[in-house]
Design a protein around this ligand. Sequence first.
Ligand code: ADP
Ligand code: MG
Length: 352
Amino acid sequence: MCLRLKKNSRKEILRFRGSFFSFFLLFLIAAIVLARWDAVIVLERAEVHMNTLTSISVEAPRKTAEKALDGSFALLRELNGRLSRYAEASDISKVNASAGIAPVKVAPETWELLRNALTLSEATDGYFDPTIGPLTDLWRILSKEGNGSLSEKEIAAARDLVDYRSLSLVSPDWVFLRSRGAALDLGAVAKGYAADRVADYCKALGVRSGLLDLGGNILVWGSRKRPWRIGIRHPLEGRDSTACVLEFDLAPDQTMSVVTSGSYERFREVGGKKLSHIFNPHTGVPIETSLLSVSVVDPCSAKADALATAFLVMGEEKARETLRRFPGTEAVFIHHNGEKIVVSKNQEVTNP
Ligand code: ADP
Ligand code: MG
């Protein structure tokens, strides 16, 4: 028996086929759009924060990556507002305004940062000192009207106010600078701290890997197909030149930071002499050192930042000795031997 379709039902089948195909096409397009939307991409953006060009690159699905970049730059603004001594309402400005007068309550995160900073001051015999404020104010190396000729008396007066032991931290969250005229200045640790916080934020959003560059403070996290390669700048040549390259193969949950301190970029020239913006807290004067730069490698960027500054101030020999107190932390020293630059890592000289 042969079943014949009526004319009407044939039309219906054709109509059904037509709508099935349009539906299928729509579904296909939606699936492709969704797949692309969800595909992992690398997104990068640069803005000026904390007085420095900051670039952030994240690897994540587009929506997450965009959220991570927006949120990271917002977080940097917030951290600057809390930690800069030049922001009137910051925790640091409030502590400085009440120095020698009364303790001040700060955000728990600020308190924690100051506690860690004090530990690093102790471990570096005060070569890193977050109470360096009176010296930065006196020398004003980074401002236009910076001074080069100061009397010994002036220098001694400012130096005597610099002492991390005059900073009292009373739990929970109270901070007191005991001497009038003393002042906190977190310039040597704030960028590293900010890098740690931004990385934490991105990781919590699910960003699988990323790279932060806060004016030479580098932090990377997560695994990639190829190892991470971080170049250390040649201190006597242009911005894009590298003196050596460090390679890291990180596990998905690992983080590494490389922070460099040098006197070659930020200084003031007075009478043919280059005055550094980094001071020896024990003498009160800008550092004069044969070291061109020190880079510190550690998973914690705040620690690497503070140590890079301290090592540059104390000089290579003492820095190598001090490094022994920090198992797991590495350092790359670059100095000039009269003919060429010498790069040495930890104890060994890699390219004499
Ligand atoms: P940069 O800010 O150029 O990356 P550093 O991390 O070494 O370099 O920080 C330098 C800043 O730290 C200075 O501008 C000043 O605010 C502050 N500072 C200078 N000397 C010291 C010191 N011995 N200990 C702590 N902070 C310092
Ligand atoms: Mg530093």
